[in-house]
Design a protein around this ligand. Structure first.
Ligand SMILES: [Zn+2]
Length: 432
């Protein structure tokens, strides 16, 4: 592949902001980040005035379906970390991404879960502590990038599972409901998802129904305890991936129409299945819950708890890629600077995943680049205009056109398509 250079008004390289520079790409790698006047005159220079060049984004929490691939690329997301899927299927997808219109894929294999599992078609069910360690060892030896524990894992299994995973060189991430984040963190879990486990920590004698707790008018009375829990989380050094875009989707679904892009590009049934009927009352509870979650994430940011950007698509019917930009704006709302938010989806994500070739624009990095209209160092757009995407050296100079590659057919056969169909059947069966 030919050597070429890209320039824009500014470049965020994953660590700092540079002006009057260009990124040089050869094959699937970046071979230089140089002053504009040092770009060899015989090199094609692709200029994007009015734009910011950033490393291709990493969505650190999502569940892969094939239809999502082009949409991620359309929004400049060049790596996704699958946080729970059918093991054999996701390993095949991870193998196949270079040949497809997909981002590169990191994966955790199945949700390791207790009995009964929350999402049986994408889970491995565990019934006792010995089976728990075996499940971790077998999943690790299949070649996954990390281990994911789900909500029904018994509290006393967590430490042996973490030990087995760390012995295999893999980090452990957890959906911590119902034991709480502190129990998980003390057992050695490296990363927690969705903030929702916090409830067990801040309001142990809570009324039932976690949504109603976060959205409860009296939740603010736990404020002192929230501060203590935030302090303890900071001491444990556990990473937060709050997936605020998912929370946000839940009140929007009940109080507003989907975004235009969601209506146009999320497969119709999938949007319906992951939506709720308009319901102003529950919508307001979800809105308060989302505000409380954003506020709590703010407490973690004040304490320098590391944060990663993940969207949880396809849950909530949110559009892959766009949902990660939404996550970045919500992280800014929680207290990150625009550059801090970008870091959560680039260099910090790559560091946590131990993939030094990703998340930065420097010599030797993978040629994963997004060129976005506007000054991203000042404002993170909710609806970004992506001008150009490079994924592993492959150019997409009309990224928006990738959205048209969507097809409604096929997604039902993917594990999460089948899982969602099962959920939907359960949801409508009481009416039948
Ligand atoms: Zn998830």
């Amino acid at each position: 592949m030919s050597v070429r250079a890209y320039s824009a008004d500014r470049i965020y390289d994953g660590d700092t902001v540079l002006h009057d520079h260009a990124v040089i790409v050869e094959g699937d790698s970046i071979t230089g980040l140089v002053k504009l006047n040092a770009v060899p005159s015989d090199l094609p220079l692709i200029r994007h005035p009015g734009c910011t060049i950033i490393p291709g984004l990493i969505d650190t929490h999502m569940h892969f379906m094939r239809w999502q691939g082009p949409a991620f690329l359309a929004y400049g997301v060049t790596t996704v970390r699958d946080t729970g899927n059918d093991l054999d299927w996701i390993l095949q997808c991870r193998e196949a991404w270079p040949k497809e219109t997909w981002p590169r894929i990191l994966c955790m294999g199945p949700l390791l879960d207790g009995d009964p599992p929350g999402h049986p078609l994408v889970a491995r069910t565990i019934t006792d502590v010995d089976a728990a360690a075996v499940a971790v060892r077998e999943t690790a030896s299949s070649g996954v990038d990390a281990i994911k524990l789900y909500a029904s894992i018994a509290a006393e299994w967590i430490a042996p599972m973490v030990e087995a995973s760390h012995a295999a060189g893999l980090k452990v991430s957890m959906h911590c409901l119902p034991h709480g984040v502190l129990v998980a963190g003390r057992a050695g879990v490296d990363e927690f998802y969705h903030l929702d486990g916090i409830l067990a920590d801040v309001w142990p004698d809570r009324p039932s129904g976690w949504l109603y707790v976060w959205g409860d008018q009296d939740f603010c009375q736990t404020w002192d305890r929230q501060l203590q829990v935030a302090d303890e989380i900071a001491e444990l050094g556990i990473v937060s991936t709050p997936t605020l875009a998912y929370w946000d989707s839940q009140w929007r679904r009940r109080l507003q129409d989907p975004y235009d892009e969601e209506s146009r590009f999320v497969p119709g049934d999938l949007l319906t299945w992951s939506s709720a009927d308009p319901d102003p009352e529950t919508g307001e509870v979800w809105r308060r819950a989302t505000e409380a979650a954003v506020r709590f994430q703010g407490l973690l940011l004040e304490r320098d708890v590391p944060v990663l950007a993940g969207s949880d698509t396809p849950c909530g019917g949110i559009l892959p890629g766009q949902s990660l930009w939404r996550e970045l704006t919500l992280l800014v709302e929680a207290g990150l600077s625009p550059l801090g938010a970008l870091r959560a989806a680039t260099s910090d994500a790559a560091d946590f995943c131990e993939r030094p070739e990703l998340g930065r624009l420097r010599t030797g990095s993978a040629a994963d680049i997004a060129i976005v209209r506007g000054d991203l160092t000042a404002t993170i757009p909710d609806q970004p205009e992506i001008e150009h995407v490079v994924r592993a050296g492959v150019d997409y100079d009309q990224p928006a056109a990738l959205l048209q590659e969507f097809h409604d057919s096929g997604w039902r056969d993917d594990p999460w398509g089948r899982q969602m169909a099962l959920h939907w059947a359960k949801r409508i069966s009481p009416k039948a």
